[in-house]
Design a protein around this ligand. Structure first.
Ligand SMILES: NC(=O)C1=CN([C@@H]2O[C@H](COP(=O)(O)OP(=O)(O)OC[C@H]3O[C@@H](n4cnc5c(N)ncnc54)[C@H](OP(=O)(O)O)[C@@H]3O)[C@@H](O)[C@H]2O)C=CC1
Ligand SMILES: C[C@H]1O[C@H](OP(=O)(O)OP(=O)(O)OC[C@H]2O[C@@H](n3cnc4c(=O)[nH]c(N)nc43)[C@H](O)[C@@H]2O)[C@@H](O)[C@@H](O)C1=O
Length: 307
């Protein structure tokens, strides 16, 4: 397969490229410095030249709750521009298969039951990442419409829960919760700090999938694209409280201090567990436990620290 991968320098993209399943495929993965996806003409020319069989769209402006609260304009506009450009340039260059990455942020807030794909747009979005979610919803819907208007084009969307793993962002300015906890507890242990702040009361719940498992699902989707549902959640099938994540990371790192709760910090959605019925019926499920995933991510963090 000839594959054009966007976001190849990011966490999901690098795990996709690192996968042993990439054997025998030709993958084009320009960085944003080589090909800025906000430049439609450059992108269209690139696709006409490379003629990929598949486009895998991982690029975007991505960050944790703080980054989304700080820059709603950038999260909406950049992801809208990039999403529209990649999808429309692919269509206009005649690329027949496209795998788009959505996010569980697309779902309405205040649902306690597992979130099913048909629930997208059925309610109010979470304000802390509304801009990002709107851009993700537009891109997913654009893929649906293209596939509906002309069956020769199959543009499909995976909707992952929160992701963590190798090549994650650990800088507190932009990081998601798991990498943020790893960074905080590592520094607390190194500097003998006996107390670490948890944002909020710690009762919010999150589902974090190991990036290597998402990569495995993406490769399986390319191999069995016809049978993949038009929109499909990708998750672990279970969630944990924020407090439990801190406890699990402390166990892996060997941090023995205690935790306080900073109620001034944003907490976002109370819960966002995705329903995994479609993906398990399709024949895929996550293989990496939270314990294993955190250990592998911490190994990566330590390797990075040494550089
Ligand atoms: N991380 C998570 O928890 C989740 C992520 N997702 C989705 O997965 C996908 C990948 O996320 P993740 O790997 O974490 O994100 P990263 O921030 O790690 O990577 C994003 C990538 O997008 C590229 N990019 C950004 N802007 C541009 C641009 N203008 N032109 C070209 N490339 C650009 C960056 O390239 P460069 O580095 O060269 O600038 C970077 O490689 C995204 O679609 C995200 O919405 C979905 C659910 C959860
Ligand atoms: C992935 C998906 O979801 C993202 O939203 P989010 O899940 O709310 O992002 P988050 O991982 O940063 O927070 C998860 C929870 O964790 C709590 N929390 C505790 N302590 C820390 C902490 O130290 N840092 C952070 N970031 N969160 C903390 C925090 O209060 C919140 O309750 C979108 O940004 C968007 O990227 C998107 O698509």
């Amino acid at each position: 397969m000839r594959i054009f991968l966007t976001g190849g320098a990011g966490m999901v993209g690098r795990n996709f490229l690192e996968s042993p399943l990439n054997e025998g495929h030709e993958i084009f993965a320009p960085s944003s410095a080589e090909l800025d996806l906000r430049d439609y003409d450059a992108l269209h020319q690139y696709l006409q030249k490379t003629c990929p069989d598949y486009v895998v769209h991982c690029a975007g402006k991505v960050g944790g709750i703080n980054a989304n609260i700080r820059e709603p304009v950038g999260f909406l506009v950049e992801n809208l521009d990039i999403g529209r450009n990649v999808i429309m340039a692919s269509k206009n260059a005649g690329v027949k298969r496209l795998l788009n990455l959505g996010s569980s942020c697309m779902y309405p807030r205040n649902y306690s039951s597992p979130l099913r794909e048909e629930m997208i747009l059925s309610g109010e979005l979470e304000p802390t990442n509304e801009g990002y979610a709107l851009a993700k919803i537009v891109a997913a819907r654009l893929c649906d419409y293209i596939s509906r208007e002309d069956e020769a084009f199959q543009y499909k969307t995976l909707v992952p829960c929160n992701i963590y793993g190798r090549h994650d962002k650990f800088d507190p300015k932009n990081s998601h919760m798991v990498p943020a906890i790893i960074h905080k507890l590592h520094l607390a242990k190194q500097n003998n700090i006996s107390e670490v702040d948890i944002w909020g009361d710690g009762h919010a719940r999150r589902e974090f999938l190991y990036a290597g498992d998402l990569s495995d699902c993406m490769w399986r989707a390319l191999v069995d694209f016809e049978h993949m549902p038009q929109v499909m959640n990708v998750g672990l099938g279970m969630d944990y409280s924020v407090n439990e994540y801190y406890e699990k990371v402390a166990e892996v790192i060997g941090y023995t201090g205690h935790f306080t709760h900073d109620l001034s910090k944003p907490v976002g959605m109370k819960q966002k567990l995705v329903d995994v019925t479609k993906s398990s019926t399709w024949g895929w499920q996550a293989a990496t436990s939270l314990q294993e995933g955190i250990a592998l991510t911490y190994d990566f963090y330590l390797e990075k620290e040494k550089l």
